[in-house]
Design a protein around this ligand. Structure first.
Ligand code: ADE
Length: 265
């Protein structure tokens, strides 16, 4: 996969030289190129922004500079997918990461200030290009760089060969099961008086799987009730249904409903 990142702070992206993504770059699995937006300015001051039409606080990034930069890094590739991190985007999830990981070429446009002139996204969309405006969560950062790091790591680790043991991608939080991951433990078996659950030492695989599934259901019900409500009933066995009832969720006619007042929140 090729990923081009355009930013006014190329140094921000230095973290992508580290760890598994850094290795993927070295081995050629990931062709990641970071560009300085100011390379496409034409004035002496290398200006990338200006005041907003209609008034208001802050500065907006100029569409002409962005247009030149994006045309250059898209490099005539009709399949280049433009990703624009923005707090006003759709919320980026593991589903977006999975979908973006199947692409051959991503171009990530990191805005600063009040964002990029809206004509930029419209222009590339109108030209038939895929454009995704994505937010990494309901909070505001100073620019798209940190969000780009988040998305590139989430996408990059899904590329074949980047994570050494692909099994470790299977049971993760936000994976296909639609549940948060169960708690995990390692040595020593007793730490500062804290023991690990006996079942994990039993060697009984079915019991361990059930224990983990129950903990995942409990965690998800407590922390992310929206994910319980979104579970596919077809994926639940009778133990899941019983566990959910204990947690105050009723499974009926293909839907999962919270039983009001069943369990103290
Ligand atoms: N830029 C500023 N805030 C952001 C957010 N929450 N997600 C993506 N890009 C951003």
């Amino acid at each position: 996969m090729r990923i081009d990142v355009v930013t006014v702070f190329p140094d921000y992206l230095a973290a992508l030289d580290l760890s598994l993504i850094g290795k993927a770059r070295q081995s050629g699995l990931l062709d990641l190129r970071v560009h300085d937006l100011r390379d496409w300015t034409t004035d002496r001051h290398r200006t990338v922004d200006d005041t907003p039409f209609g008034g208001g606080a802050g500065m907006v990034m100029r569409p002409d500079v962005w247009g030149s930069a994006l045309d250059a890094v898209l490099d005539g590739d009709p399949d280049g997918h433009l990703v624009i991190p923005t707090p006003s985007g759709e919320v980026f999830t593991q589903r977006h990461a999975e979908s973006l990981a199947t692409e051959g070429h991503l171009v990530v446009a990191c805005g600063r200030y009040e964002g990029i002139d809206a004509r930029v996204a419209d222009h590339y969309r109108a030209a038939g290009r895929r454009v995704s405006e994505l937010s990494i969560g309901d909070y505001v950062l100073n620019g798209g760089e940190v969000a780009a790091l988040v998305m590139i790591e989430a996408v990059g680790r899904l590329l074949p060969g980047v994570v050494g043991n692909p099994e470790s991608l299977v049971e993760e939080s936000h994976g296909a099961a639609g549940l948060l991951e169960y708690p995990v433990f390692t040595k020593p078996p007793v730490w500062d008086g804290h023991e690990i659950p006996d079942v994990l030492l039993s060697g009984h695989h079915a019991k361990i799987a059930r224990w983990r599934r129950d903990r995942a259901l409990e965690r998800t019900a407590a922390r992310r009730p929206d994910m319980i409500a979104a579970l596919d009933v077809e994926d639940l066995d009778k133990h899941d249904v019983a566990k959910l009832a204990e947690l105050g969720w009723h499974v009926t006619d293909g839907t999962i409903l919270r039983i009001p007042g069943a369990v103290a929140d």
